[in-house]
Design a protein around this ligand. Structure first.
Ligand code: GDP
Length: 448
């Protein structure tokens, strides 16, 4: 469901206006108020307008100067940033009787600078008297956010106009979401052997934008998720307590280590597999790679401590890449980034790599395209035949699900397809279709 964030400084009448918007429909049937739910510390309200369902998040007051002490202020701004990062539009509520204040202008500048395209509707509240409406609202043109709309949360005038102005953004978001029920944010787990630098890296990642890093307490005291907004996108690092907690056992067995990380991997869309680039990859690294692939998670490999490496020519980088790809064969499709938690080298690039991998993890390929790619592969190398069961035949290929992309082959007899041939098909599919960063599942189904 598309979400609209409501922002503005305190006392401009945000909640009166939001309640009025959710009540409006009880009169003309256009808007319906659902149970307000408290999710992730923010209040969401379900609303319907013009036949569209959406949610409104009240961000609480946005403060921008000495009106609150610095710590509190930062927290408020973090909350608003998190709300904006998952919204398709924002309503900036201002006070028409007071006229534009310095804080309104600061909030306006903050919204204009939002890194992603974010339509903003300026609702000039407290404009009860028709005569003062036009001139009162006009002053807010100077916020640089388009035409201000005069309205009154108390009387209800202008509320329909504000809602109408939101519809294009809501429709746009609905269209984007339609093909896949995907979440707006990405859940990321950090996985790796002890001492490869996981917690140092986590600090780097969360330090990217100090002012809008936030902690969201998880369900148990142990599991704490920490989030960061980068370029308008929300990344949630799951179970960071597990990363920060030092291993209790000196040299944990592979089994114990894999077991501990299991839960975080299950909760994640993508796993950052951290390895120490200064030593040879070990069986433990391989076991973790195996886990990620088996659970169908997207992955980016981080070869950490690259600052220590003396020989950093392109050739040696390629060699290390090759060694890693072989050692981490189950995630050979993952992008490898050479990073340093110590110097921060390439740590910022990690976010873009996560985005690319997750986009592929959620990708749905059109049936026609998929069948063409497979037909081509069949021509290059026909499926194996068996003396007793005859030739293998593929009738039709489709991708019924995403995360990870799952490709179903309707065929005459699934047992005819050897693992070798399945690997060949996967290779051909990956050559033609961009599935870097994600495992893909191939399923063979017989006619009945
Ligand atoms: P974790 O057990 O995987 O969480 O590892 P830590 O983050 O605690 O790091 C283990 C050790 O490696 C610490 O002494 C860090 O200072 C060091 N370390 C981590 N990342 C780097 C890096 O990029 N370069 C260098 N030179 N040292 C690092």
């Amino acid at each position: 469901v598309p979400t609209v964030a409501v922002v503005g400084r305190p006392n401009v009448g945000k909640s009166t206006l939001v309640n009025r918007m959710c009540d409006a429909g009880t009169v003309n049937g256009a808007i319906v108020r659902d149970e307000p739910g408290v999710t992730r510390d923010r209040v969401y309200q379900r609303a319907t307008w013009g036949g569209r369902d959406f949610e409104m998040i009240d961000t609480g007051g946005l403060l921008f100067d000495d009106e609150a002490d610095a710590l509190f202020l930062e927290e408020i701004r973090e909350q608003a940033s998190l709300a904006l990062s998952e919204s398709c539009a924002a309503i900036l509520v201002v006070d028409g009787r007071e006229g534009p204040t310095r804080v309104d202008e600061e909030i306006g500048a903050f919204l204009r600078k939002w890194p992603r395209d974010l339509p903003v509707v300026v609702a000039v509240n407290k404009c009860e008297q028709v005569l003062t409406e036009a001139e009162g609202a006009a002053e807010f043109w100077r916020l640089g956010l388009g035409e201000p709309i005069a309205c009154s949360g108390v009387h209800g005038n202008g509320v329909a106009e504000v809602l109408d102005a939101l519809l294009p953004a809501i429709d746009g978001a609905t269209r984007r979401d339609a093909p896949r029920a995907e979440r707006a944010h990405v859940d990321v787990a950090i996985l790796g052997r002890p001492n490869v630098g996981k917690s140092c890296l986590l600090n780097r990642f969360l330090g990217v934008q100090r002012s809008i890093v936030s902690s969201i307490p998880g369900t148990t005291r142990d599991a704490v998720d920490e989030s960061v907004v980068v370029d308008g996108h929300l990344f949630k690092f799951v179970d960071t307590a597990g990363v920060r907690r030092k291993a209790r056992v000196r040299d944990p067995t592979e089994e114990a280590m894999v077991g501990r990380s299991l839960r975080a991997v299950r909760r994640a869309d993508l796993v950052l597999l951290v390895v120490d680039s200064t030593v040879e990859p070990t069986d433990q690294d391989a076991a973790l790679a195996e886990r990620i692939a088996a659970d169908g998670r997207a992955c980016v490999v981080l070869a950490n401590k690259w600052d220590i490496k003396q020989d950093k020519t392109e050739k040696s980088t390629r060699e290390v890449s090759k060694i890693l790809r072989e050692a981490l064969a189950p995630v050979a499709w993952a992008e490898i980034l050479f990073v340093s938690a110590l110097t921060g080298q390439r740590c910022l690039k990690v976010y873009a790599a996560i985005e690319r991998a997750v986009a592929n993890h959620r990708k749905r390929v059109e049936t026609a395209v998929l069948n063409e790619v497979v037909r081509d592969a069949l021509l290059w190398q026909p499926p194996p035949a068996s003396a007793s069961k005859g030739a293998a035949k593929i009738y039709f290929v489709s991708q019924p699900s995403v995360s990870p992309p799952t490709i179903v082959f309707m065929c005459n007899n699934p047992t005819l397809f050897t693992n070798n041939y399945k690997r060949y098909l996967e290779r051909k599919i990956r050559e033609s279709l961009p599935f870097e960063g994600t495992p893909i599942r191939l399923v063979f189904r017989g006619k009945r």
